[in-house]
Design a protein around this ligand. Structure first.
Ligand code: CIR
Length: 254
């Protein structure tokens, strides 16, 4: 399988990134750049070709490229970010995906949708509602994905920025989350509560390998005990900005 991932170099203004649920603490931009390099190197070491979306230096949050698009099969649904500051970020992602041959659709005003609110697994697409994504955004996404056979399900989200800040899925479909921050864990079965917040964020690298943050060592052990291979990277500077491992890439398959 051809495995490629979009990434986007951090803006020099990264430290000005938006905050919703966290207090602002200083971000070390040089360290963030090194952590981003480490993230990209980890993807490459696991056999993923990385493709850089043109940088958006005027957009502090542009490194969180996941929020700009939802890719499903051969279709790229360009997001319409819920935060006005982030709306200009989508242009570069759209250009890159057009260049790669993707069909392109758009979330149109007044709907809003951030890619970080969209969790996909095996034909089901869960969309977090209550933060950056609204019902109109969800309905538009559902209309775009219906011809591709996806079932789109809205889920409540009030305690964290994005759905994938609360939950992600392991390769076997088990949804993992830090329970205090999950509005309604009964949406998912099986659901696995993990002991650390950053432990809830995994990027699937292959059928038995996940990428996660070094900030969640107990959860790492839990995953390894389930037979998963874990690649861990330092994410501290992005975590200060309510980002995590999922936000820094868009995986393309096929
Ligand atoms: C924001 O507020 O938009 C950024 N500071 C963090 C975005 C993180 N993205 C994600 O969870 N998908």
């Amino acid at each position: 399988m051809n495995r490629r991932a979009l990434v986007r170099r951090p803006s020099p203004r990264l430290a000005e990134g938006l905050l919703t649920h966290l207090e602002r603490v200083p971000v070390d931009v040089d360290l963030a750049l090194r952590q981003w390099d480490g993230y990209v190197a980890a993807l490459q070491a696991e056999g993923w070709e990385t493709i850089e979306v043109p940088p958006a230096p005027d957009c502090p949050d542009s490194v969180f490229v996941e929020d700009t698009v939802v890719v499903y099969g051969d279709l790229a649904v360009v997001a319409r970010p819920g935060a006005d500051e982030r709306k200009p970020e989508t242009t570069g992602t759209e250009e890159t995906l057009r260049g790669l041959g993707y069909r392109v659709a758009h979330i149109e005003a007044p709907g809003t949708l951030d890619g970080g609110d969209v969790l996909k697994h095996d034909g089901v697409v869960w969309v977090g509602l209550g933060g950056r994504t609204d019902r109109a955004g969800l309905d538009q996404l559902a209309a775009h994905l219906a011809p591709l056979g996806a079932r789109v399900v809205g889920v409540p989200l009030t305690k964290v920025l994005h759905l994938k800040s609360a939950v992600t899925a392991l390769p076997d479909g088990t949804v993992v989350g830090f329970e205090e921050l999950v509005d309604d864990p009964t949406v998912w079965s099986p659901f696995l509560a993990v002991p650390e917040e950053p432990g809830a964020h995994v990027v699937l690298l292959d059928a038995d390998t996940v990428l996660m943050s070094t900030s969640a060592p107990e959860t790492r052990s839990l995953y390894e005990a389930r037979g998963l291979r874990v690649v861990a990277v330092d994410m501290t500077e992005f975590e200060k900005l309510e980002g995590c491992v999922t936000c820094l890439s868009v995986r393309l398959r096929g």
